[in-house]
Design a protein around this ligand. Structure first.
Ligand SMILES: Cc1cc2nc3c(=O)[nH]c(=O)nc-3n(C[C@H](O)[C@H](O)[C@H](O)COP(=O)(O)OP(=O)(O)OC[C@H]3O[C@@H](n4cnc5c(N)ncnc54)[C@H](O)[C@@H]3O)c2cc1C
Length: 264
């Protein structure tokens, strides 16, 4: 990565003007992932003066500024108990504390990384994103769209819905990327199931979710069938971490374990 001009901005207006002034301008958050890039950045835009590294807890939600580090999120006491600590659990498996002290939640979500361990649980929670120009949209809408490249992610808003959740990932070694990761959420109203690191980005297993919603009791057979539906409906691929076939099998097993946990 080569940076021609480094700007520590004082307002989001200033950041947006710089971002849209040149195609090779880029927001720089922790810079942990960007530094691997070979590109030349005309304007690197640093948001660290803007007080966007806070977690604000209201009655309804957690509002997490884009520059909040993964470590800040991981050690937040309220998040440790929210939905069985599903967010905390997904983060504390990412590399070591040194990386988590640098990488931010804004850089993680904006990057839409296929390997992301955090996006998967965020997808089963009610997660909304506040952009500077486009306002508030759902995480799902963002993941399915290519329209937000020239906008600034300001906040990640997680509604405090009550329910049980479970994140499970399969890593060959603790510092590697996940071969696959899964998250499930259940309360009286709904069930949500997401699968990430397929190796592409996280998706909701809609048919499996509907199947579970249509069942009143959660027997072993129902759980097995739900996990099997998820493993068949989610598209998987192969890479150096695992084959498509291996991921299909892991998906079935991890979703089953997740459901057993949240349906207890
Ligand atoms: C060695 C290493 C190993 C890793 N292993 C894992 C792993 O196992 N699992 C996992 O889930 N993650 C892993 N990660 C990824 C990490 O968790 C972060 O997701 C990643 O580093 C991006 O965060 P950042 O703050 O460094 O973003 P940056 O690198 O600064 O930025 C990433 C991208 O997001 C854009 N961006 C940043 N902030 C904003 C914003 N506010 N608005 C709009 N665009 C923005 C940038 O322009 C850039 O394109 C790893 C990272 C590293 C460096």
């Amino acid at each position: 990565m080569k940076i021609n001009n480094y700007h520590k901005v004082n307002t989001l207006d200033e950041a947006y003007a710089l971002l849209t002034s040149d195609k090779s301008s880029s927001i720089i958050a922790g810079g942990a992932w960007l530094k691997f890039s070979k590109k030349t950045i005309e304007n690197a835009i640093d948001l660290s003066n803007l007080n966007l590294d806070q977690i604000v807890e209201t009655k309804e939600a957690f509002e997490i500024g884009c520059m909040t580090t993964l470590r800040q999120v991981e050690v937040n006491k309220s998040l440790m108990t929210f939905c069985n600590g599903v967010i905390t659990k997904s983060i504390n498996e990412i590399m070591g504390v040194q990386i988590r002290n640098i990488a931010t939640i804004g850089g993680t979500v904006s990057g839409k990384y296929g390997f992301s361990d955090l996006i998967t649980p965020l997808l089963v929670l009610d997660t909304k994103l506040q952009f500077y120009k486009n306002g508030i949209i759902t995480l799902e809408e963002f993941l399915n769209s290519k329209d937000f490249k020239n906008d600034i992610l300001v906040k990640i808003i997680i509604s405090k819905k009550i329910g049980k959740a479970k994140f499970i990932s399969m890593k060959k070694t603790s510092n590697d990327f996940s071969v696959i990761n899964t998250a499930v959420f259940k309360n009286k109203e709904e069930c949500k199931i997401a699968v990430g690191a397929r190796p592409n980005g996280a998706l909701l297993a809609i048919k499996a979710m509907e199947f579970l919603d249509n069942n009143k009791t959660y027997s072993e057979e129902v759980i097995n069938e739900c996990a099997s539906i998820a493993s068949k409906e989610i598209p998987f691929g192969s890479n150096i971490r695992g084959s498509k076939e291996y991921r299909i099998e892991l998906c079935r097993v991890l979703i089953k374990r997740g459901l057993q946990e949240v349906l207890k």
